[in-house]
Design a binder for this molecule. Structure first.
Ligand SMILES: [Fe+2]
Ligand SMILES: [Fe+2]
Length: 304
């Protein structure tokens, strides 16, 4: 990652943010978007073959393990509330969406620039595949902005508080979360308030009431919530909530609204994870289309 010194490694065990995405593909290989003809499977590491994406926990790289160890250890109920207080005032910057895409693009991977997509390219590829499949304009726009919350990394936040699949804090952990053994070191795991099935919540209270582990999803949801339709906001807010949209867990915390919106989160997910190809989108050529789309929903500058 850009601007990273060796001393930062303890907070940034992943060589790049895509290493976590690659790991996720080992857990959930081969999935296709409905009505879609996505390009052939591509790992972010082009030397990795599809058949190597198996046994995801046993085969996980040490860097990925360390990432999850830190994530599960430090994402406590109090940590999440503190981060919300710190960041959801949105008083850090005023930026337009395209400007934010360029800002995020400072996050450059250590690895070979010829084979790894930049953040901006990932956003454009995701949006382009959604567009290619004929989905509504707000859906394309959701693809374009979904990872802009990763700018948290540029503000000194550790990787484990920006990426990774999310899970509710304040109640018992699903056993379907990856590396569940690492929760043993989370202080919340010893706090009886947080360890019953519903914990601090009420049965069927709705995800709106539930605090998820802190990261780029929740942040971008708050940045965009005044501007995008509800379906798009669910995609932004829950795209990393795999224990819900992949594993069907936490049903007891959901309400009717969540159940109705789940299909949109699911419709979005394959575009995020499986449309990565090494063919770079032509940023210059695509920009006018996306500037127009952005202007349809967003003012010139918004709060970050
Ligand atoms: Fe994401
Ligand atoms: Fe993404």
């Amino acid at each position: 990652m850009a601007n990273q010194t060796p001393a930062d490694r303890s907070n940034a065990p992943l060589q790049n943010l895509e290493e976590w995405d690659d790991f996720l593909k080992t857990r959930y290989p081969e999935e296709q978007a409905a009505n879609s003809t996505p390009p052939a499977f591509k790992a972010t590491d082009p030397n990795k073959k599809e058949e190597e994406f198996r046994n995801y926990e046993a085969d996980a790289r040490a860097t990925v393990r360390e990432f999850y160890r830190l994530n599960h250890r430090h994402q406590t109920y109090d940590f999440v509330l503190a981060k919300k207080t710190e960041f959801l005032t949105l008083n850090r910057r005023r930026m337009g969406i395209w400007e934010a895409m360029e800002y995020l693009n400072q996050l450059v991977d250590d690895s070979d620039p010829d084979t790894d997509l930049s953040q901006l390219e990932h956003l454009l590829q995701t949006a382009e595949q959604i567009r290619h499949d004929g989905h509504p304009r707000w859906f394309i726009l959701a693809g374009l902005v979904h990872d802009l919350g990763k700018i948290l990394c540029l503000w000194g936040e550790p990787q484990w508080a920006v990426v990774g699949d999310t899970f509710p804090v304040g109640c018992a952990y699903s056993t379907k979360i990856v590396f569940p053994q690492y929760f043993a070191d989370n202080p919340d795991s010893k706090d009886p308030r947080f360890q019953s099935r519903v914990g601090v919540y009420k049965e069927g209270c709705g995800l709106q009431q539930v605090h998820l582990s802190w990261g780029h999803d929740e942040y971008i949801y708050h940045v965009c919530k005044k501007y995008l339709p509800e379906e798009a906001l669910y995609m932004l807010r829950y795209h990393s909530f795999d224990p819900w949209h992949r594993e069907n867990d936490y049903e007891h915390l959901c309400n009717e609204r969540d159940r109705a919106m789940l299909k949109w989160v699911r419709a979005f997910n394959p575009y995020d994870l499986y449309t990565k190809s090494h063919q770079r989108p032509d940023v210059k050529e695509l920009r006018p289309f996306y500037e127009e789309l952005i202007a349809e929903y967003f003012p010139a500058k918004i709060d970050w």
